[in-house]
Design a protein around this ligand. Structure first.
Ligand code: URP
Ligand code: ZN
Ligand code: ZN
Length: 471
C-alpha cells in the first residue's frame, strides 16, 4: 500500500523545505507540494522534520572478544539502532578462516535471520598474503567494498606496515576503501607490560598505556602509504586532537583520506575512567582530554571530519546480574571481567541508539551544526563513502523509503529505557535531550512508532555495496 507523509519539513544534507513524500512499496515515489494520493495511507507530519534514516557505518554485534561476546546481537542492536533513527548499519567481519568467502558466510549465518534493519559488512584484514590478495574480488562479489586494518593489537589483529601498504595497494586496484584503526601497537605493548609490572592495574591505565600521539603518527604514517599506493583511506573512531590535525594536514595535501569520530569522543575524558564505574568507558582507542574533545568538535563544526559513527560494541557493566530484554532475563559476562586488571576489561561501549538523539541536542540544538550538516554526517556522507547512495542516505524519488519523522520539540530524559540497547548501562543516562525520532520507516514499513516496536527479526535486507565516493 502507498503512504503519503504530509505537512512535514524535509531535511537533506543540503536543503530544508516543506514538502509531501509519497511512498510506493519500498521506495520514495515522489516529493513535492500538495501531492494527491487518495488511496494512500495518510501520515501527518505537521511541525515535524523528515530526515533520511541514519547510516551507522561502524558496529560490532555478536562479536566474540575478551572471552565473552558483545551483548547486542544483530537483532537487538538493529532494534536499538531503529529506535534511535538509524536504519542502516555496517558491521565488521572477523578474518577467522583462510577463505574470505567462508568468513563472510559466517557473518551472514549470525546476522541474516536476526536483521531488523538493512545492513552490510566490512572485512577485517588481520592476515595478509598473496592468497588473501587474490580473494579480494570474492569480497566484491559479496558486495563488500571496504576493509579494516589495525596498527595496534599486536599478535591479534595488527598488520605490520608492509601488510598495511599491500592491503592499500590491493584495495586501490579493486576500487575498495581501506579503514584504519590508528594506534601504535608497539608503544602500547611496552607500556602495558611496564604498567602491569609496576602493579598499575586500575581502569585509567587503559588510557595511560595508549598515548594519543600513537594515533597521530599512525594516521600520518598510513596516510603516507595511501599516497604511495594511490589508495583511499578512512580513519575510524578518531579520538584525538593530533589525529584531527593529521587528518586535516593530509587532506590539505590531496591525500584521499576521510575521518570518522563517534559521540563518546566528543563528551567524555580519561576522568570518566577514573570513576568507580570507569570500565563503562573502556574502549579502544580510549577517552582522552577536554582539549581532544574540543578539537574534535572543531573538526566536526568546520567540516574537517566527514562521518559520525558509533563503534557500537556493548558489554554489560555487571554481567553477573541479569536485565530483562523483551520479557526475558539475560546476563552476559562484561566489564567485571577486568575488575582487577584493566587489560581484561572488554573493549567497547554502547552507542548505536544514542547517536542521533544525542548529536541532535548537542550538535543542532546547541547551534554547533546545522540540521543539514547533521544529516550529512549521520546519513548521507556514510552512504556515499560506503557505496550505498542514493539508495540510502537520501530523500529522493527512487531512494529506499528509509525515513525518520523527527519531533524537534520532544523532550526526553535519555538512558537505558529509551535506547533499547541490550546492556545494563547507558553513557548518556539522565541527559536531557530535545528532539527525538517519532516514527521510523524501513523501506516503506513503519518499524518504530513512538515507544512501539513494529520491526521484526529477518525484516532487514543485506546490502551489496558498490564502490564508494571519496568526500
Ligand atoms: O573498543 C573497541 N572499539 N572495540 C571494538 C573494536 C574496534 O577496534 O573498533
Ligand atoms: Zn578499531
Ligand atoms: Zn570498532
Amino acid at each position: 500500500m502507498s503512504k503519503l507523509i504530509q505537512n512535514g519539513t524535509i531535511i537533506t544534507a543540503s536543503e530544508t523545505f516543506k514538502a509531501d513524500i509519497l511512498i510506493e512499496g519500498e521506495r520514495i515515489a515522489a516529493i513535492g507540494q500538495n501531492l494527491h494520493a487518495p488511496n494512500a495511507e495518510w501520515i501527518d507530519a505537521d511541525r515535524k522534520l523528515i530526515l533520511p534514516g541514519g547510516v551507522d557505518p561502524h558496529t560490532h554485534f555478536d562479536l566474540p572478544m575478551f572471552g565473552t561476546v558483545s551483548s547486542d546481537d544483530h537483532y537487538t542492536g538493529h532494534k536499538a539502532a531503529a529506535f534511535g533513527g538509524t536504519t542502516t548499519v555496517i558491521d565488521f567481519i572477523n578474518q577467522d578462516f583462510d577463505s574470505l568467502k567462508e568468513c563472510v558466510d559466517a557473518w551472514h549465518a549470525k546476522a541474516d535471520d536476526k536483521a531488523a534493519i538493512d545492513y552490510s559488512f566490512h572485512m577485517n584484514i588481520v592476515n595478509f598474503n598473496d592468497d588473501v590478495a587474490k580473494q579480494f574480488p570474492d569480497l566484491l562479489e559479496e558486495g563488500i567494498t571496504s576493509l579494516k586494518v589495525f596498527s595496534a593489537y599486536n599478535g591479534v589483529l595488527r598488520l605490520d606496515d608492509e601488510g598495511i601498504f599491500n592491503v592499500l595497494r590491493t584495495a586501490a586496484k579493486y576500487g575498495m576503501l581501506t579503514l584504519l584503526h590508528a594506534e601504535n601497537g608497539d608503544v602500547i605493548e611496552t607500556l602495558v607490560a611496564d604498567a602491569l609490572k609496576a602493579g598499575n592495574t586500575s581502569t585509567e591505565w587503559h588510557a595511560l598505556t595508549r598515548p594519543s600521539w600513537g594515533a597521530g603518527e599512525a594516521i600520518l604514517r598510513v596516510a603516507g602509504m595511501a599516497q604511495a599506493a594511490d589508495a583511499s583511506l578512512y580513519i575510524v573512531h578518531m579520538n584525538t586532537e593530533i589525529g584531527a590535525d593529521m587528518l586535516k594536514y593530509s587532506r590539505e595535501r590531496g591525500i584521499k583520506i576521510m575521518g570518522e569520530t563517534c559521540p563518546q569522543y566528543l563528551f567524555f575524558t580519561i576522568d570518566n575512567m577514573r570513576q568507580s564505574d570507569g570500565a563503562k568507558w573502556v574502549c579502544s582507542p580510549p577517552m582522552r582530554s577536554k582539549e581532544d574533545n574540543a578539537r574534535l568538535w572543531q573538526a566536526v563544526e568546520r567540516g574537517e571530519m566527514q562521518v559520525m559513527g558509533t563503534d557500537h560494541c556493548p558489554f554489560f557493566f555487571d554481567g553477573a546480574t541479569p536485565i530483562v530484554y523483551e520479557g526475558e532475563e539475560i546476563a552476559i559476562p562484561g566489564k567485571e571481567l577486568g575488575k582487577d586488571d584493566f587489560t581484561k576489561i572488554p573493549n567497547g561501549l554502547p552507542a548505536v541508539g544514542d547517536r542521533l538523539p544525542v548529536m541532535w541536542t548537542e550538535g543542532v540544538v546547541s547551534g554547533r551544526m546545522s540540521a543539514n550538516e547533521f544529516v550529512a554526517m549521520n546519513s548521507t556522507n556514510p552512504a556515499k563513502i560506503f557505496g550505498m547512495y542514493p539508495r540510502k542516505g537520501a530523500l529522493l524519488p527512487g531512494s529506499d523509503a528509509d525515513i525518520v519523522i523527527w519531533d524537534p520539540e520532544k523532550k526526553v530524559t535519555h538512558g537505558v529505557a529509551h535506547s533499547h540497547q541490550r546492556t545494563d548501562y547507558n553513557l548518556f543516562e539522565g541527559w536531557e535531550l530535545t528532539g527525538y525520532p517519532e516514527k521510523v520507516f524501513l523501506r516503506g514499513e513503519m518499524i518504530v512508532d513512538g515507544d512501539e516496536w513494529l520491526g521484526k527479526k529477518g525484516g532487514g535486507e543485506f546490502l551489496k555495496r558498490k564502490e564508494g565516493e571519496v568526500l
